[in-house]
Design a protein around this ligand. Structure first.
Ligand code: FE2
Length: 285
């Protein structure tokens, strides 16, 4: 149940600032929650429960945002272990994630890791909008991780979200498919900005390619694609372009340009194929 006074339709953008997060209704009973322009989360409302996909970085308190939108119990899932998707887990008691994500999330759920993460990027201008940045950097919390595998169904009552295991960006990345409402939540598996398949957390490009083909096979089950950052939703042309782009790289026909170096010293190469772009490393081919 969506609260009557939670969301007032004001204009065509239908956006509202709640607790410092920018919230936008993006589909039927689906709300995108934007954390300081860096991370996107999605709250999907069923008849009996609501599902929060990802918890952002943990600046402010996204749990309070969800409570302002709905009275229903909230089920929380991490699309993968990255800290801009699992950093807000500390606000909740139970988190669902792919079984491969458990060790990663456990390892990164420490004060030391949290401070290191934020201090590494404290100069990002987006953070200037967060008055509690340094306070939140030190917050900790404990939560239970409940692992699942491919095919797991989140039944929200009148609405079902199905787990599609899509390793590539990480070895624990998932997408969530709402067949009835024809929505696919790809998070970092497919964004309008470059998908990162280049550091120690990523799989080989061939694995990512197979995940993309899996999404392509399901193409007649969704219309809108919701990524984990920036533009949302995106069209399925991004998926088609990414498939072709990865084919170009893997066949050796095309090569990206050296773009960045990771903390662990791995060079990332940027390659763009029409709308889709990727940063990959040579050791992932
Ligand atoms: Fe990520």
């Amino acid at each position: 149940m969506i609260k009557n006074n939670a969301f007032v339709y004001k204009d065509n953008l239908n956006m509202e600032s709640i607790e410092g997060f920018m919230v936008q209704q993006v589909s039927n009973d689906v709300f995108a929650i934007d954390e300081y322009g860096i991370a996107l989360m999605y709250l999907i409302i069923g008849n009996d429960k609501a599902l929060l996909i990802d918890t952002g970085m943990g600046l402010g308190n996204v749990k309070r945002v969800t409570e302002k939108i709905t009275d229903l119990p909230i089920v929380v899932v991490n699309s993968h272990h990255h800290y801009d998707h699992a950093g807000g887990n500390l606000n909740f008691k139970q988190i669902f994630c792919h079984k491969n994500a458990v060790t990663w999330i456990d390892r990164e759920n420490t004060t030391e890791y949290r401070e290191k993460f934020f201090l590494r990027q404290e100069k990002r201008k987006e953070y200037s909008g967060c008055p509690t940045f340094y306070e939140d950097m030190k917050r900790t919390g404990s939560f239970i991780l409940t692992p699942f595998e491919e095919g797991y169904i989140f039944d929200l009552g009148g609405r079902r979200l199905e787990v599609i295991f899509t390793p590539g960006h990480t070895d624990n990345s998932i997408c969530l498919l709402d067949r009835e409402n024809r929505l696919l939540f790809t998070l970092d598996t497919l964004c309008s900005t470059p998908t990162l398949v280049y550091d120690s957390y990523s799989t080989k490009l061939e694995v990512y390619y197979n995940s993309l083909l899996k999404l392509k096979k399901l193409r007649n089950t969704y219309e809108l694609i919701f990524p984990g950052h920036y533009l949302k939703p995106i069209g399925s042309i991004y998926l088609d372009n990414m498939i072709e782009g990865v084919e170009q790289i893997c066949s050796g026909k095309e090569k990206g340009i050296k773009w960045c170096t990771s903390e662990s010293g791995i060079d990332g190469y940027y390659y763009r194929y029409e709308r889709a772009s990727i940063i990959y490393s040579l050791d992932r081919i």
